[in-house]
Design a protein around this ligand. Structure first.
Ligand SMILES: [Zn+2]
Length: 96
């Protein structure tokens, strides 16, 4: 994928996750406080993902997207398609 496609792809992922966060927020509000930990866990994961995708978009603007932060190798596209917010290649992710 070229640079522009990646940006569109990540923007779309971000929108999707933001929509999910919004839904989760209203659903959690319907629950008793702290009664469903799993729900809160999913919500936190989704919020975290939005944050990470934002960071990925910032990296794209800097032209630094898709590079592993540990070994500085390019992360394979197949990995980025599944996890667009990832900042480690598979080998480095396994080490940590
Ligand atoms: Zn690496």
């Amino acid at each position: 994928m070229d640079k522009k496609s990646w940006k569109d792809f990540c923007e779309k992922q971000k929108e999707k996750m933001q929509a999910k966060v919004a839904i989760l927020k209203t659903e959690i509000a319907d629950y008793d406080q702290g009664s469903d930990h799993e729900y809160i866990f999913i919500f936190e994961r989704a919020t975290y993902k939005v944050k990470k995708i934002n960071q990925a978009l910032t990296k794209m603007d800097r032209g630094d997207y898709g590079r592993c932060v540990s070994c500085r190798q390019m992360i394979p596209e197949q990995r980025l398609i599944i996890l667009p917010e990832v900042d480690h290649c598979f080998a480095c992710a396994k080490k940590t």
